[in-house]
Design a protein around this ligand. Structure first.
Ligand code: AMP
Length: 173
C-alpha cells in the first residue's frame, strides 16, 4: 500500500455541506481494511518512539484515528469536543468560522502539566479548529509534540495559523 493508494481513496463530494465546498470524504478509505490500517500505521511509525502521554483527538473524525493510535501507543485519549458535550468542568476556547463563531472544550483534568500531547484530526482546512485546540492544550500546560492530520488543504494555509506548532499531514490537496 502506498501513499498514493491512500490519496486515491479519498472521495471528493462537491457542494457538501453547502455550495462551493469540496468535501473530502474519508469514509471510502475507512471502509477498506488495508487502507485504514495503513493510515493508522503511518501515524504509528512516526510517533512510536515519541513518548506520547496523551492523544488529543478532535470531535468527531479525529476520534477515528486517535483512538486506534492511543491504544497502540499506550497513550491516553483526550476528546476535544464541541462546547456543551462534555459532562464535567471544562475550559473552552472560541474561534472564528466563516459565519459566526464556534467553541471547543476539554475537561480541566484531561491533561497534566508537562505531559507530551499529540493533537490529531482527519483534516486541516483553515486551521481554526486546530488552533483553538492548541490553545486548550496549552492552557492545561500540555507539552504539544505535533499536530497530525490525514489530509491538509494546502491552499487554505491552515499551517500558518498554528504558528510554531509542528504540523504533519499524510497528504496535501
Ligand atoms: P478548519 O477549522 O477550517 O481547519 O476545519 C477543520 C475541520 O472541519 C476538520 O475537523 C474537518 O473534518 C472539517 N473540514 C473542513 N473542511 C473540510 C473539507 N473540505 N472536507 C472535509 N472536512 C472538512
Amino acid at each position: 500500500v502506498s501513499a498514493e493508494d491512500l490519496r486515491q481513496a479519498i472521495r471528493d463530494v462537491p457542494d457538501f455541506p453547502k455550495e462551493g465546498i469540496l468535501f473530502k470524504d474519508i469514509t471510502t478509505l475507512l471502509q477498506d481494511p488495508t487502507l485504514y490500517r495503513e493510515a493508522i500505521d503511518v501515524f504509528l511509525e512516526r510517533y512510536r518512539d515519541q513518548k506520547i502521554d496523551k492523544i488529543a483527538a478532535i470531535d468527531a473524525r479525529g476520534f477515528l484515528f486517535g483512538s486506534a493510535l492511543a491504544y497502540e501507543l499506550n497513550a491516553g485519549l483526550v476528546p476535544i469536543r464541541k462546547k456543551g458535550k462534555l459532562p464535567y468542568k471544562t475550559i473552552d476556547v472560541s474561534y472564528e468560522l466563516e459565519y459566526g463563531t464556534a467553541e471547543v472544550a476539554v475537561h480541566i483534568d484531561a491533561i497534566k502539566a508537562g505531559e507530551r500531547v499529540l493533537l490529531i484530526d482527519d483534516l486541516l482546512a483553515t486551521g481554526g479548529t486546530a488552533q483553538a485546540s492548541v490553545e486548550l492544550i496549552r492552557k492545561l500546560e500540555g507539552d504539544l509534540v505535533e499536530a497530525a492530520f490525514l489530509i491538509e488543504l494546502g491552499f487554505l494555509n491552515g499551517r500558518a495559523k498554528l504558528g510554531d506548532v509542528p504540523v504533519f499531514s499524510q497528504m496535501t490537496f
